[in-house]
Design a protein around this ligand. Structure first.
Ligand SMILES: Cc1cc2nc3c(=O)[nH]c(=O)nc-3n(C[C@H](O)[C@H](O)[C@H](O)COP(=O)(O)O)c2cc1C
Length: 195
């Protein structure tokens, strides 16, 4: 079976509108792509340690030794093995929740997930496609830095050149038709899931 990896940064859990969109996308994707199974990483439930000096020193020592057997590399290996990656992250402070940045730091491991070779990067990840799902209280108007960052990172380091965006905006604006906005985004999710 192929693998869909759902990176869930929807911190508000069951109250999260972003999570509703993610669930819609994943169920539509699995109904069209029956050769897939899926795994969810609920970042809120994981004890992700920020990349402190101690963590970095330990990591660098393993990289130097070419030894990636420590559990600190498990997330990176899982990421490398995924065929399709779904990121669910609300729009926070023009970007995304910080737990997602820690996750990205965990999976961006030189000499494991990619090699920077001066004039180009060799990526060792399997996925060719990812989807970024978000909702925003206001409008992102040219400042969707979370999506742009994820898109840039995936393309540059991992050779994942396609990242679709599924988004509902303006949800917290007074009088917003929240269900209508989510429905539009869900329709888009269903379209992308078919591909
Ligand atoms: C910590 C925090 C930061 C936020 N920052 C922004 C922001 O910069 N711009 C904006 O339009 N909405 C912002 N919002 C509102 C959320 O984007 C909006 O409520 C979103 O739908 C939350 O997603 P969720 O329902 O999946 O949790 C913020 C909300 C929180 C809790």
């Amino acid at each position: 079976m192929k693998k869909l990896l759902f990176i869930n940064a929807c911190i508000r859990g069951d109250r999260s509108r972003t999570l509703r969109l993610c669930k819609k996308y994943i169920s539509a994707f699995l109904s069209w792509h029956t050769d897939y199974e899926w795994t969810e990483l609920d970042l809120n439930e994981m004890s992700l340690i920020p990349q402190t000096r101690e963590v970095l020193d330990r990591r660098d020592a393993f990289i130097e030794a070419g030894d990636f057997s420590d559990p600190m590399f498990d997330l990176a290996k899982q990421f490398m093995d995924a065929d399709h990656i779904v990121i669910g992250a609300p729009y926070w402070d023009l970007e995304f929740p910080s737990l997602l940045k820690i996750y990205f730091e965990r999976v961006s491991v030189s000499e494991l997930t990619y090699d920077f070779l001066g004039d180009h990067v060799d990526a060792y990840t399997k996925a060719e496609r990812a989807v970024y799902i978000t909702t925003a209280g206001g409008y992102t108007i040219g400042k969707n830095y979370g999506f742009e960052y994820a898109q840039g990172l995936f393309s540059f380091l991992f050779g994942i050149n396609r990242m679709d965006l599924i988004m509902a905006e303006g949800l917290d604006i007074e009088g917003a038709d929240i269900e209508g906005l989510l429905k539009d985004a869900m329709n888009r999710a269903e379209e992308i899931a078919k591909e």
